[in-house]
Design a protein around this ligand. Structure first.
Ligand code: CA
Length: 573
């Protein structure tokens, strides 16, 4: 394929936010040459189950001033892609491989197939394992979800290259009392952990605890550097569970959104679409996909339905508040200028319906229609129809590899490494979660090893994003590929070939004009569709995607028999 190019377009859309941003004013001096920075600290902030247009700086009405400010002083990628689901995305992010290469094509169950072993395999290495030999201290906080559960300790963070860890090993948890909570290698509970207590008078809330522990790690790192008279950089992985179900949020945050969603889905979708165009995160002629909801007039319990979205917004709002605390600590310690902060989301908005029906509740919690979410004794998802709003203007959801499943914001903030002239601009080149590890290895001057122990490592699948930090083009030698639960896609330049499930026919879209995937060109452009389908098949065969556990395994994609539908809620994600 032809190399893609990076186009950056400055906008004044968030100029007000830029001018109001107080952090690191020296980086804003127009025309100041950027000195060659020392190796940067790297902080990856990952959110869970959020849509493309939830953040303010991507068109949403949710209050995210911290992320908006980081975007205003950095880059926003408009076509950045994840792996459609928690485990595949996290495996690909951490290893720089396609998820199947790392053994995590699906979730954390061993399906006894090479690409579906349920944990990071021996021929993959995490960013922490790559960067620690290069002199980085490494920290992880938040959700892990790349091991065969709590017993698979060889694949827990400390055995996978991290110096310290605080978070949950599993995929979803009560925000007030999370399961599988672990500090370093020790299982703990929120109530018995001697090392962390919430502020006096405040409840334990996992989003707060993630940030508070991240800040403690940053302080410990600074103290250790001072004691040793050293200047070691750090790599920190901050994996919030916001805004994954259950919809649990603090009352003061929910109160901010009272009434915001009372008019239902479509006014919010329309406003978001308009705002994405104004900002430039989506460009014409991409259209707003048709509503994929039950219609507000048909909603029986509007108070309950709007409350679900109020709580979702509150969860995101609280995450932004906590990112502000982390950024403030970086600033106070003088580290903000030379820390690359990357913010992204692990998959598109979640249409799973856990806790929303009469029969799919969780034992020990109040669930079902009419139960107002928010408190810790409730366990409810915000549901399919609000997920459609979160993914404005795209189609489909988490699990699927249409744009609503795999599109994520990516904000890159690095005053010492991204020239001020590029502040508040966009990177419009498609890029992928597999590129994160390659970027880290590049910026850290680390060496990607040939082996992990005695096991040969798969070569990195991604490429460094460093060129985009100076407005230069990316030179990607291959298309980008996806597979999850039989859902398949390949992106080559402006063309995207995509299919639902193991057996549905391929659809072809021109992403330059139809990012919402509304005009299927497969029958009009059979040669392109055939070429891309063959490329997908070749990739799938070479990268442990096949054999796969879905019905029709071994048959040519698109011609298999009935597909076994995956369970939606088996473990979160
Ligand atoms: Ca997720």
């Amino acid at each position: 394929m032809k190399p893609t190019t990076t186009a950056t377009i400055a906008t004044a859309a968030t100029a007000a936010a830029l001018s109001a941003f107080s952090l690191q004013p020296s980086a804003l001096c127009a025309g100041a040459p950027a000195p060659a920075p020392a190796r940067p600290n790297i902080m990856i902030i990952l959110a869970d189950d959020m849509g493309f247009s939830d953040l303010g700086c991507y068109g949403g009405e949710i209050h995210t001033p911290t992320l908006d400010k980081l975007a205003a002083q950095g880059l926003r990628f408009t076509q950045f892609y994840n792996g459609a689901r928690c485990c595949p995305t996290r495996a690909a992010l951490l290893t720089g491989l396609y998820a199947h290469q790392a053994g995590m094509g699906h979730m954390t169950q061993d399906k006894h197939l090479p690409g579906y072993s349920g944990a990071l395999n021996a021929s993959s290495e995490t960013i922490a394992e790559m960067l620690r030999p290069a002199g980085y201290d490494t920290y992880a906080v938040g959700k892990w979800h790349v091991s065969l559960g709590v017993k698979d300790t060889k694949n827990h963070p400390l055995q996978r290259g991290f110096n310290h860890y605080y978070g949950i090993i599993g995929g979803a948890a009560n925000y007030y009392n999370p399961d599988t909570l672990t500090r370093d290698n020790t299982p703990i509970t929120a109530k018995t952990d001697p090392a962390y207590k919430p502020a006096p008078g405040k409840p334990y809330y996992f989003t707060d605890a993630i940030a508070d522990n991240a800040i403690q790690f940053l302080k410990d790192h600074q103290r250790a550097n001072a004691a040793a008279a050293s200047d070691k950089p750090f790599f920190m992985y901050v994996a919030f569970t916001a805004a994954h179900w259950p919809m649990m949020a603090l009352p003061e945050d929910i109160a901010k959104y009272k009434g915001v969603y009372d008019k239902g889905y479509d006014p919010i979708r329309d406003a978001r679409y308009k705002r994405t165009l104004e900002l430039g995160t989506v460009v014409l002629p991409t259209k707003l996909s048709p509503p994929d909801n039950s219609g507000w007039n048909n909603v029986r319990d509007k108070k309950w339905e709007s409350r679900c979205m109020e709580v979702y917004a509150a969860i995101v709002d609280r995450m932004d508040q906590n990112i502000a605390k982390i950024v403030a600590q970086l600033e106070a310690s003088g580290q903000l200028d030379n820390t690359l902060i990357l913010f992204l989301q692990d998959n598109g908005a979640c249409a799973e319906m856990i806790g929303r029906g009469a029969k799919n509740g969780k034992k020990g919690y109040r669930t079902g229609p009419g139960v107002m979410p928010g408190p810790e004794d409730t366990y409810i998802a915000y549901g399919h129809d609000w997920a459609n709003v979160s993914n404005t203007p795209f189609r489909e959801y988490k699990h699927w590899v249409h744009e609503g499943g795999i599109s994520t914001p990516l904000i890159a903030h690095w005053p010492a490494g991204i020239p001020a002239s590029l502040d508040n601009t966009f990177v419009r080149t498609p890029a992928h979660i597999i590129d994160i590890a390659a970027t880290c290895v590049d910026l850290a001057n680390a060496t990607y090893p040939a082996k992990r122990g005695s096991t040969p490592l798969s070569p990195l699948a991604g490429i460094s994003l460093r060129p985009t930090f100076t407005g230069a083009p990316l030179q990607r030698p291959t298309p980008l590929f996806w597979e999850h639960e039989g859902n398949r896609a390949v992106r080559d330049g402006k063309w995207k070939l995509v299919a639902k499930g193991a057996t549905a026919p391929w659809e072809l879209y021109d992403m330059d004009v139809d990012r919402s995937e509304l005009n299927n060109l497969a029958s009009k452009n059979k040669d392109i569709a055939t070429r891309l389908a063959a490329a997908w098949q070749e990739w799938a065969t070479a990268n442990k995607v096949l054999p796969w556990p879905w019905s029709g395994a071994g048959k040519k994609a698109g011609k298999g028999k009935k597909t076994k539908e995956p369970t939606e809620d088996e473990e979160g994600g």
